[in-house]
Design a protein. Structure first.
Length: 1248
């Protein structure tokens, strides 16, 4: 209360102080409000922050609520003078009640217009608007109907005295259910009253008619009572509204109108009572409304029109009787008599089956007639003869079967005729002879078998729709000369062939639709004379070839040839200016671009075909939306989407993609602020092999050169090796599941040089009859030899870096000592179901990382104690389902991290399980032959009770004797008597009952001896160990230097610029005069890689190299073979970018191949081969294959690629020349190059 009082006091002080403020500060708007200047015409314009004192202004305030429990609103701080308009807009999302307090606006003495929008008010009273004597326009729109529990109540004195100047009142959307009687009678100047979207029911309460006690509304001109709950209009209910011009009653539930319901409405011009429940209208209903211009009666249930109902409405222009239940019984020759000025008449969606021949005789000014969706079966001759001014005639969706010669006589001005969706089989050739101005003719959805001859008489036709008929043939004479025809639709007919010349007399044709016919062939050149064609549809036919049809249509923008039987496609088939192409649903196997054309396509749908590969040349450079879903795509070429800067969306779903490399989705860098392109890749049979792990950490940022994969979260992949679920969500697959199968692989190829030798730990050879898999980082290496037929031996040459080994399902009776020696990173070993009978001591020695060991379901009978020696990190050991009878007490002493141990289903009689490691969380002991000796049973029982959480089958543990035995866990002591707790060792505690504990307890006596020592060689052991270690270290270091000599060379060169272990050769001395540092030979299809990736780093890096690029530098017209040979001779090195494109294109050309053969034979030491992507070994030339076998090569994507490449290139002194100029801006197609170079790169022809 104190805070509120302070606020009121502060407002009062501000009001007093405002009188002394300067004029420029008086109109500073309150918070959440803005000023708008009001012009002399009443319009509102944006005002400056402060306005002059004489300027009339409008104030627009946006608040959360008005005088609610959330906040209080004080309008007294608003400058009262010259504020003529006020709009208060509340937050429509907050469902809090607002209120108008007493005298809320009383200080605004000049206010002429007040608008309250979206403020949830539940009442209006006289006090709400006290002081607003100048108010002319009042709008209170609360939208309470969005919050149905709140009604607005209007007090009877709301509009008394204070608002007698009011001219416009809008109380719509307030959920008002009832108004006081005569509440508007005091508003003598009111001309506009809007009460739409409330819940009012009784018209009599307004006192607008003689039944009221007061005469109200005499000044009203517009009354909107639409969308309320009025159900009837009684006679003379509006009789006082003598000046009313527009009356809106649509959207109520009115079913009855009294005979004199509209009496007194002598000035009425517009009457709308559509969407009610009217059945009939009284004959004298419109006796006092003879000035009606527009009448809307649609969407009722009217089935009777009294004779002469409209006869006196000679001023009527618009009459809408659609969506009723009228029949020809009440729509006859007398119905529209006298409507001589009628312009628009609609009787659509009724039940009229025939028309009287004289029905329209007085409607000679009618321009639009709608008779669609009736049941008209026949049109009398000359029925429209009096409609000489008719422009639009709608007869769609009737039951007409024929059009006779005189049916449309008298329609010289007809512009649009719709006869679609009838049953027309015949049209008289002369039926439209008088309608020569007809421009739009719709005959679709009928039963026509031929192109109708009636077209000969309508030469000005612009649109002709003959779709959905039964037309079988079109001939050169089918279409007369129609020089203005723009659109022709023939879809869904039975047309089988289209011959050349059939459309020659339609020169202005812009659109033609031949979709969904049975067209098997369209003759080449059919559209050659229709050069203005913009859009063509021939989809849904039986076409196998579209050659020679569209290439000359320079204006063609939109083409749909989908759902045909096309087997091949080339961009040469379409004009270069085409922007949208749809070829989906064909049998196309390749998107050819033989001539490397650049099209303007922005939208391209090639889905549902038989495409197998996506290449850069198969995708238009300017495409925005690309749809390639549901094909057979199994490969996406690297950089296929590069240099497509307009890409917005690409759909690759439903294909056969198994793997993706990072470069296959590479796009041009997207500028900041622009939305990233969206790619869809789901529903592909992705395989989670080692090449797909990059997708798990896929991110668009920060480089912005990768698209957004919008469905990556739901994409699944097949785990290449998993004995459980075969498909998993790609994003949820673990790192160990991204594996690749191999027969022979070199682990850590970049750091290991011994793979060419048999005795090499890096070399992974998959054993016979096994399958092997490795991860991309070789941290996971799975070897599966399950059921591989091995008898009494394990496979030879199990890879040293195996992490998971499956040997189950074989027959290995004895596991020998040191069987798995050297497999230092093996983590999981399966030897279950392998008929193992004996495990020798230290069988698993060397398996320092082993965590899981399966020996279950074998025939092991005895464990002597050292079988698990060295398994320090073992966590899970499975020995269940064997024949174990004896376990040495020291068997598990090495397993200090064991958490799971299964011993169930064996033949164990006694074993001190309470001495097992305390780390166990899962132990099984049931289904053994435990002894029933009381001492053992007592200790076992206490152990089971104490460790019942860890022993998962404690309640099933039984002892066995001659009487059958009993359950140890539930034994109540009746057999052996009660247990003495002090005599039982602590379960799962290895600190008691040890040798040390026995000694401390005095239970063990240790005899003493006198030992006479003599000097021995042990004094020299430290010296020998140090010496041996030094020699061993030197040997290992020497071996390491030899093995990794290549890496050391590269590292020293990249770090210090020094070449070690290298000798200068004669040809290196002769290289000083060479023009180029390197000649780069590559396929034109790999030009993006060379220009965007390879060349910029080498030419603009440090050091910078001078490169001779095949397609950039070669002169046009020269001999390929000679040019290549001389380019090699002019270069210190030759770089060959070897890719699948190179093998399939350039390498197939004889002169190219022969020139490179000379390089391979003569310059082998100078050749650098870069492998780009996957290159099939079977496609390689024997010389290249030999080179790759006997020399090292570089793989694009290797993390040390650039260091190795620069090491292979000649040294470039930094002070000899500046960096090469960037060639990126010289990038063109190879057939446009003219050998332009900078000062350091002269044309090759001059050099030669």
């Amino acid at each position: 209360m104190a805070l509120t009082s302070a606020a009121v006091l502060l407002s009062s002080v501000l009001l007093v102080m405002s009188a002394s403020l300067s004029k420029t500060l008086r109109h500073k708007p309150p918070n959440e409000c803005e000023w708008l200047a009001v012009t002399a015409y009443g319009d509102e314009t944006i005002a400056s922050q402060t306005v002059s004192d004489e300027q009339e202004v409008a104030l627009h305030c946006r608040v959360r609520t008005m005088n609610s429990e959330l906040e209080k609103t004080n309008f007294s701080i608003i400058q009262p003078q010259y504020t003529v308009k006020l709009k208060i807009e509340c937050n429509s999302q907050l469902y809090l009640l607002s209120s108008l307090g007493s005298g809320t606006f009383q200080t605004l003495i000049d206010l002429r217009e007040l608008t309250i929008d979206s403020c949830k008010l539940n009442s209006l009273s006289r006090e709400s608007f006290r002081g607003l004597r100048q108010l002319r326009n009042l709008t209170v729109v609360t939208h309470n109907n969005d919050w149905t529990s709140v009604n607005m109540e209007v007090q009877s004195d709301t509009f008394l005295e204070e608002l007698n100047m009011l001219e416009r009142l809008d109380l719509s959307h307030n959920n008002i259910a009832k108004l006081p009687e005569g509440v508007f009678c005091s508003l003598q100047n009111l001309v506009y009253l809007n009460l739409t979207r409330n819940r009012l029911r009784h018209l009599e309460l307004f006192h607008f008619g003689s039944s009221g006690q007061n005469k109200c509304g005499a000044s009203l001109q517009v009354l909107d009572l639409s969308y309320n709950n009025f159900d009837s209009i009684n006679s003379q209910v509006f009789s006082h509204l003598t000046n009313l011009q527009d009356l809106y009653l649509q959207g109520n539930v009115i079913s009855v109108i009294g005979d004199h319901g509209f009496d007194g409405l002598s000035a009425l011009s517009v009457l709308n009572i559509a969407s009610n429940r009217l059945v009939n209208l009284a004959p004298e209903l419109f006796a006092d409304t003879r000035d009606l211009r527009e009448m809307y009666l649609q969407n009722n249930t009217i089935n009777v029109l009294a004779p002469g109902l409209f006869n006196e409405l000679s001023q009527l222009l618009v009459l809408d009787l659609s969506e009723n239940q009228l029949t020809e019984e009440w729509v006859n020759a007398a119905t529209f008599t006298g409507l001589v000025r009628l312009v628009f008449l609609s009787m659509s969606n009724n039940n009229i089956t025939k028309l009287d021949a004289m029905i329209f005789r007085d409607l000679y000014r009618l321009r639009s007639l709608r008779l669609d969706n009736n049941g008209v079966q026949y049109l009398p001759e000359n029925v429209f003869s009096s409609l000489t001014d008719m422009r639009t005639l709608m007869l769609s969706s009737n039951k007409l079967t024929r059009i006779d010669q005189f049916t449309f006589d008298g329609l010289p001005s007809l512009n649009q005729l719709s006869l679609d969706n009838n049953q027309i089989q015949y049209i008289d050739p002369e039926a439209l002879r008088n309608s020569t101005d007809l421009e739009y003719l719709h005959l679709n959805g009928n039963k026509l078998y031929d192109i109708p001859a009636v077209l000969n008489n309508i030469p000005n036709l612009k649109t002709l729709d003959l779709g959905y008929n039964q037309i079988t043939d079109i001939f050169n004479t089918s279409f007369p000369a129609m020089s203005q025809l723009i659109g022709l639709k023939l879809l869904k007919n039975q047309i089988s062939n289209v011959s050349k010349g059939v459309f020659d007399r339609l020169p202005e044709l812009h659109l033609i639709n031949l979709a969904n016919n049975k067209i098997q062939k369209i003759e080449a050149g059919t559209f050659d004379n229709n050069t203005r064609l913009v859009a063509v549809r021939v989809d849904g036919n039986y076409l196998r070839d579209v050659g020679g049809l569209f290439s000359k249509l320079s204006n063609l923008v939109w083409l749909n040839i989908s759902e045909n039987f096309l087997e091949w496609f080339d961009y040469a088939l379409i004009p270069t200016g085409l922007q949208w192409l749809d070829i989906h649903g064909n049998q196309i196997t390749e998107l050819g671009n033989h001539y490397e054309l650049e099209t303007q396509l922005t939208g391209f749908d090639a889905s549902n075909n038989k495409l197998t590969e996506v290449t850069g040349s198969s995708i238009p450079d300017k495409v925005q939306n690309l749809y390639l879903s549901n094909n057979q795509i199994s490969k996406i070429q690297s950089y296929a989407f590069f240099k497509k800067p307009n890409l917005t969306q690409v759909d690759l779903t439903g294909n056969r993609l198994k793997t993706l490399n990072p470069q296959s989705l590479r796009i041009s860098t997207v500028p900041a602020g622009r939305t990233m392109p969206q790619f869809l890749v789901g529903n592909n049979p992705f395989v989670c092999d080692c090449s797909m792990q990059w997708l798990q950490v896929y991110s668009v940022e920060p480089d912005r050169n990768k698209p957004k994969l919008v469905d990556l979260e739901t994409a699944t992949c097949e785990v290449i090796y998993n004995r459980g679920e075969s498909r998993v969500l790609l994003k949820e697959a673990s790192e160990e599941q991204f594996l690749c199968q191999y027969d022979m692989e070199c682990a850590k190829r970049s750091t290991c040089d011994c793979c060419d030798f048999d005795a090499c730990d890096c070399k992974m050879i998959c054993p016979t009859n096994c399958t092997c898999f490795h991860s991309v980082s070789s941290t996971s290496n799975v070897v599966d030899c399950s059921s591989a037929g091995y008898i009494n031996r394990v496979p030879e040459k199990i890879p040293m870096n195996t992490t998971v080994l499956y040997l189950d399902g074989n027959t290995i009776k004895t596991l020998s000592t040191h069987t798995f020696l050297g497999r230092k990173i093996l983590k999981v070993l399966y030897l279950n179901s392998s008929n193992v009978e004996r495990v020798q001591n230290r069988t698993f020695h060397g398996l320092k990382e082993l965590e899981v060991l399966h020996l279950d379901e074998n025939r092991i009978s005895t464990l002597y104690g050292d079988e698990f020696y060295g398994l320090d990190k073992l966590k899970e050991l499975y020995l269940n389902h064997n024949r174990i009878t004896y376990i040495n007490s020291t068997t598990f002493r090495f397993l200090q991290q064991l958490t799971i141990l299964r011993l169930d289903h064996n033949r164990i009689a006694q074993f001190p399980v309470w001495r097992l490691s305390p780390t166990l969380t899962h132990l099984t002991l049931a289904e053994n032959q435990w002894s029933c000796a009381c001492d053992f049973v007592q200790q076992m029982k206490e152990f089971l009770q104490y460790a019942s959480d860890a022993v998962v089958d404690a309640e099933q543990v039984r002892c066995l004797d001659h009487s059958g035995g009993y359950n140890i866990f539930s034994d109540n002591g009746t057999v052996c008597g009660p247990t003495t707790p002090s005599s039982v060792e602590k379960p799962l505690n290895t600190s008691s009952n040890t040798i040390e504990g026995a000694l401390n307890a005095g239970n063990l006596t240790v005899p003493t001896k006198t030992i006479i020592q003599r000097p021995d060689v042990q004094d020299y052991i430290p010296i020998l160990i140090v010496s041996f270690s030094a020699v061993f270290f030197i040997i290992v270091a020497a071996m390491m230097v030899y093995v990794f000599r290549h890496e050391m060379k590269v590292w020293c060169h990249s770090r210090f610029g020094v070449r070690i272990f290298c000798k200068s050769t004669e040809f290196e001395m002769d290289e000083r005069d060479k023009l180029f540092d390197a000649f780069v030979s590559y396929s034109s299809k790999d030009e993006t890689f060379v220009i965007e990736e390879l060349a910029p780093i080498l030419e603009n890096g440090d050091p910078s190299y001078k490169l001779c690029l095949h397609y950039r530098e070669f002169p046009v017209g020269g001999y390929i073979s000679d040019t290549i040979v001389q380019a090699v001779e002019s270069s210190k090195r030759t770089i060959m970018v070897l890719s699948e494109n190179f093998i399939k294109s350039e390498w197939c050309r004889f002169e190219f191949k022969s020139a490179h053969h000379q390089v391979l034979r003569d310059k082998r030491k100078r050749l650098i081969v870069i492998l780009l992507g996957e290159v099939p070994n079977k496609d390689l030339d024997p010389d290249i294959r030999l080179y790759l076998k006997t020399n090292s090569y570089l793989q694009w994507g290797d993390k040390h690629f650039w260091e190795k490449l620069k090491f292979a290139l000649p040294d470039v002194p930094n002070n000899q020349r500046p960096k090469a100029i960037n060639h990126k801006h010289h990038h063109h197609h190879h057939h446009h190059h003219r050998g332009v170079h900078n000062n350091y790169s002269r044309p090759l022809a001059i050099h030669i």
